[in-house]
Write a protein that binds this ligand. Structure first.
Ligand SMILES: [Cu+2]
Length: 128
């Protein structure tokens, strides 16, 4: 019950942020840079950051058959990621640990209708 309320309140707060942060205007550079960067790859993690309207890399690589963690963060605006064919669905910020046995290329896309260039928010997960 409580969790549902928290989710609802978060959703409303995020919507408000979305309207202010993703309204098409250029936002000032992120001044909140005191935060420590998310743990860099310890070999089994990838950090994906989304801003208006791109990801921080075009290609992310992981190893087939090994567990890895996706750390996702919206650094500007409100974005999310889904990965075609994989069970990944993160919005705003979050992590997901998974294992992909099948090598190949998987399309990463933004799963939040985030603004005019939403459709350009595409990257690739390469599983080797
Ligand atoms: Cu989007």
């Amino acid at each position: 019950m409580n969790k549902k309320w928290t989710l609802l309140v978060s959703a409303v707060a995020f919507s408000a942020m979305l309207m202010t942060a993703c309204g098409g205007k250029e936002q000032a550079a992120n001044t909140n840079s005191t935060e420590a960067p998310a743990a860099a790859t310890d070999g089994n993690g990838i950090n994906i950051e989304a801003s208006n309207w791109k990801f921080n890399q075009d290609v992310y690589e992981v190893k087939a058959g090994e567990e890895f963690t996706i750390n996702f963060k919206s650094t500007e605006g409100f974005h999310g990621i889904g990965i075609e064919g994989l069970d990944v669905d993160i919005q705003k910020d979050g992590s997901k640990t998974l294992k992909v046995d099948k090598a190949g290329e998987y399309k990463i896309f933004c799963n939040v209708i985030c603004g005019p260039e939403h459709g350009n928010m595409i990257a690739k997960l390469v599983v080797k």
